[in-house]
Design a protein around this ligand. Structure first.
Ligand SMILES: NC(=O)c1ccc[n+]([C@@H]2O[C@H](COP(=O)([O-])OP(=O)(O)OC[C@H]3O[C@@H](n4cnc5c(N)ncnc54)[C@H](O)[C@@H]3O)[C@@H](O)[C@H]2O)c1
Length: 244
């Protein structure tokens, strides 16, 4: 394994689109730090990636543990790319969403991102790339106002970070995935999943690799003049007009 490869961090790297992104960035030539709180899954997937010859180190922690996050970043070599992918999603009728639901959603979908970003940019001496995984839901969606609001906040944070960090040569963008076939979709009832699929112009959910492809583009050193943007990767769902 080459010591001088650029280092990329991917949170929630043990599952779904985070896992696909770890594999893709490793194939792009990065050395990977896979961060996840699920030890069994993280160990299993890291072993699989090692068997493929990919340069991946696994770090198990809960991203809402601020002290653990800061200690990890201090212990790592300089960072070139950060992918803030980990997130939590659940559904609840509008009138039943509690303040605790809002706090939980903000804790992982926004505050943990801000903590890791703040720590990481101080370890990006040569500039870098940050990609935040928001959601198409930031435009509005039913049955999960706490999630929608937290992802809209993440878009706001992306834009603020882009302005703050441009002078350091750090470009910050968000990807807003539509429906992607990952374990997260277990949070949807079969009826809700059918309803969501019916809204897809493409008629199907995206694949984790579709998101990894977009991350690969935004994390690349050659992508040098895009910052503060939101790239919708949603099979056209955000275009509207599907019911017409
Ligand atoms: N799947 C979709 O349709 C969809 C659509 C839009 C946006 N998103 C967003 O994409 C991102 C990835 O989602 P996914 O579908 O791949 O999910 P997933 O459930 O397959 O994977 C999420 C990973 O994040 C990890 N994680 C969650 N909370 C954590 C914490 N506090 N500390 C450390 N690790 C933690 C989990 O252990 C898991 O491995 C999320 O931010 C999600 O909100 C997903």
């Amino acid at each position: 394994m080459m010591a001088n490869k650029p280092l990329a961090l991917v949170t929630g790297g043990a599952s779904g689109m985070g896992l696909a992104t770890v594999e893709r960035l490793a194939r792009d030539g990065f050395r990977l730090a896979l961060i996840d709180r699920d030890r069994a899954l993280a160990d299993k997937e890291t072993a699989r990636l090692h068997a493929l010859g990919l340069d991946v180190a696994c770090h198990v922690l809960d991203l809402t543990d601020e002290a653990a996050v800061r200690a990890l970043v201090q212990a790592l070599p300089p960072i070139t790319a950060l992918v803030n992918n980990a997130g939590a999603f659940d559904e609840r009728p509008f009138l039943e969403v509690s303040s605790a639901d809002f706090r939980r959603a903000y804790e992982i979908n926004l505050i943990a991102v801000a903590t890791l970003t703040q720590a990481s940019v101080q370890r990006m001496p040569g500039g870098g790339r940050i990609v935040n995984i928001a959601s198409r839901a930031y435009l509005g969606a039913r049955n999960h106002p706490h999630y929608v609001a937290s992802k809209a906040a993440l878009v706001g944070y992306t834009r603020a970070s882009a302005l703050e960090l441009a002078p350091r040569g750090i470009l910050v963008n968000a990807i807003a995935p539509g429906l992607i076939a990952t374990p997260m979709l277990r949070a949807l009832s079969p009826a809700r999943l059918r309803a969501q699929l019916a809204l897809q112009p493409t008629g199907q959910a995206g694949r984790p690799e579709d998101i990894a492809q977009a991350v690969s583009f935004l994390a690349a050193p050659q992508t040098g003049f895009i910052t503060g943007q939101v790239l919708l990767v949603d099979g056209g769902k955000s275009l509207g007009g599907i019911a017409a």
